[in-house]
Design a protein around this ligand. Structure first.
Ligand code: CU
Length: 156
């Protein structure tokens, strides 16, 4: 009888662990990042931007709350604002990715602003984005030299 109780407890714990794993797996897979890259740093600067598309394959809306990377001291969500004669970037607290939709982080639009970066050209860096209730999504982004096509009017 004692042996039966022990086996039963083991099965319960195993099923619980599997369900838990499945739940984590589901949330981790809900958001998919594609075409990620980081703009190479202009010599003498340590601030740059990262771009990608993020797709919500789930059935609930997700809100991106923060981002982090081992190669950046700080990461902010930014959006470009077109003013009278120049383009300005403004920090954005949260970025909503509605269920079934794709949001593009692209030059001239929404982007990840990386502060205090330490990397070399041609490296691949890891970035992690945290959400409200859709878990965290990690992805790798190669550093691309875009000096041939510099971003115009960078002002903070
Ligand atoms: Cu910016």
């Amino acid at each position: 009888m004692k042996k039966f109780a022990f086996s039963f407890a083991f099965v319960v714990v195993s099923v619980w662990a599997l369900l838990n794993l499945a739940a984590q797996h589901k949330s981790a897979n809900q958001l998919a990042v594609d075409n990620a890259y980081i703009r190479a740093v202009v010599p003498g600067q340590n601030t740059t931007a990262a771009f990608f598309t993020i797709t919500n394959r789930g059935e609930v809306d997700c809100v991106l709350l923060s981002a982090e990377s081992p190669m950046a001291e700080r990461i902010e969500f930014h959006r470009h604002q077109h003013g009278q004669n120049m383009v300005k970037m403004r920090p954005v607290d949260r970025v909503e990715v509605p269920a079934g939709k794709t949001v593009s982080f692209k030059p001239g639009g929404l982007h990840l602003m990386l502060f205090g970066v330490t990397f070399n050209d041609d490296e691949v860096e890891q970035i992690r984005i945290h959400t409200d209730h859709c878990g965290a999504v990690s992805f790798s982004a190669p550093v691309k030299d875009m000096l041939a096509k510099p971003m115009q009017g960078m002002h903070h």
